[in-house]
Ligand binder design. Structure first.
Ligand code: DGY
Length: 435
């Protein structure tokens, strides 16, 4: 019998495609931004050259304006919709000439991933040389965000599409769908030929997703135009927490490298402003955690999701707020009959424990939660998050997402979406390496 760790290594090696990794076979046949970063964290434990190559390939697809796309279409295949011909990234004058991609981005994990690679490395000198060779590209990416995605100069960046959030069909977006009435597009979905449709977004949800992209394309993916016209414009606590965590790691890495005072100074300015605004604008006392803000319709979206706890990972809340958040989490998500941590409020009528980001547990959010809880001293609850994550994978396999209800795990059928999913394997390897 192979150990869980060996099986995880097999998954990563299987999904490695010479210069990058796919998230999983069939369902996601290209390179995805935040998947790629999180996958590198796993490779770092047993194959550092692959970890570094993964990041180099991702950054090779960066646009001249600093933007990093959410999908890089390395190959031609018609098994994924919507593909390169739909997105048409070449509409943007500064898009990559080398790679076709989408014109959307994803949570900017690269900064903290570089720090993870460095921390995991047994050869700090070589690792620092690698960091030196790529770090300015990541800085350029952060500059893009603060210069182009913050129209009111608040230190909080917007996302213009639910696919940018990473939490693709979260019930939080339902409020925004109500403000839109997209055409009933004709298209052939591919995801539902690979995965049970009850575990994926609906046709009508896809109409909304495509409509936002059509608006962006009609404006050649121009940031200012998107800020003015996109029906979806949201300040997302997960996305901004990831950016803040990455700022912090870039500062630490630039300090290790020496020099770079201007960049460190600029990062600290972004950081101070971001953390203040985040705390002032996105904390909801009644919800007892952080929430999303709808910048298009100027209103808070007061819903509890696993994104609500991501600020712990970035050190954003005060210890008092962190305590409140942990209480909220344990009360709503942490009962004995539940695995931590469902992706959406299990007490809400919008909760669906089988459907993608409307309820299931995701390993990447659990990994961030684990690290956040440790950093605030909640070691016991962190240990539970780790144990729950391991149990879900042990019982079901390396699935993309998992049912949070314990009673669903008696026969190993509580894992959903893609199987042999890369970041589930990668982050398990990292979790297993921690005490
Ligand atoms: C999908 O195809 O569902 C992807 O998550 C989009 O990024």
């Amino acid at each position: 019998m192979k150990t869980l760790q060996q099986r995880a290594i097999d998954v990563l090696n299987k999904n490695w495609k010479d210069t990058f990794s796919i998230p999983c076979a069939n369902l996601y046949p290209f390179q995805w931004f935040w998947d790629s970063g999180l996958i590198a964290i796993g490779f770092a434990h047993f194959d550092m050259p692959k970890a570094e190559k993964e990041i180099e390939t991702l950054l090779d697809a960066q646009w001249d304006n600093g933007f990093i796309p959410h999908i890089i279409f390395h190959t031609e295949t018609d098994t994924y919709f919507p593909g390169a011909d739909f997105h048409k990234s070449s509409l943007h004058p500064q898009s990559s000439k080398k790679y076709k991609s989408t014109g959307m981005t994803q949570p900017p994990v690269t900064g903290f991933v570089l720090k993870e690679l460095y921390d995991t490395s047994n050869n700090k000198k070589a690792s620092l040389a690698f960091v030196q060779s790529v770090i300015d590209k990541v800085y350029h990416n952060h500059k893009y965000f603060y210069n182009k995605r913050d129209p009111q100069d608040e230190g909080l960046v917007y996302i213009y599409h639910n696919w940018e959030s990473g939490t693709d069909n979260s019930p939080i977006w339902d409020d925004i769908w109500k403000t839109m009435n997209p055409p009933d597009y004709t298209f052939e979905r591919r995801d539902t030929t690979h995965v049970d449709a009850s575990e994926r977004p609906s046709k009508r949800e896809y109409d909304h997703y495509l409509h936002i992209i059509e608006i962006a394309k009609a404006n050649n993916y121009d940031d200012a135009k998107i800020a003015e016209l996109s029906p979806f414009l949201v300040q997302d606590p997960l996305f901004n927490a990831v950016l803040i965590k990455s700022n912090k790691c870039l500062i630490e890495l630039y300090e290790l490298l020496g020099g770079n005072d201007d960049k460190i100074g600029q990062l600290k300015k972004w950081q101070d402003k971001a953390v203040k605004s985040f705390n002032n604008k996105l904390f909801d006392k009644e919800v007892g955690a952080y929430i999303h803000y709808d910048l298009r319709n100027e209103k808070p979206l007061p819903y509890l999701s696993s994104s609500s706890f991501a600020p712990l990972f970035a050190g954003i809340p005060s210890p008092e707020r962190a305590e409140k958040m942990v209480q909220t989490m344990m009360k709503k998500f942490g009962g004995d009959h539940q695995y931590l941590c469902a992706s959406f409020d299990p007490t809400s009528e919008r909760f669906n424990p089988k459907k993608y980001w409307r309820g299931p547990v995701w390993v990447n959010l659990n990994w961030m939660l684990y690290k956040g809880l440790i950093s605030y001293g909640y070691n016991d609850i962190a240990a539970r998050v780790k144990e729950d994550t391991i149990a879900l994978i042990e019982k079901n396999g390396f699935y993309e997402y998992f049912d949070s209800r314990k009673e669903m795990h008696t026969d190993g059928s509580g894992g959903y979406g893609g199987n042999d999913f890369s970041w589930s394997a990668a982050l398990l390897i990292d979790l297993l390496s921690k005490d």
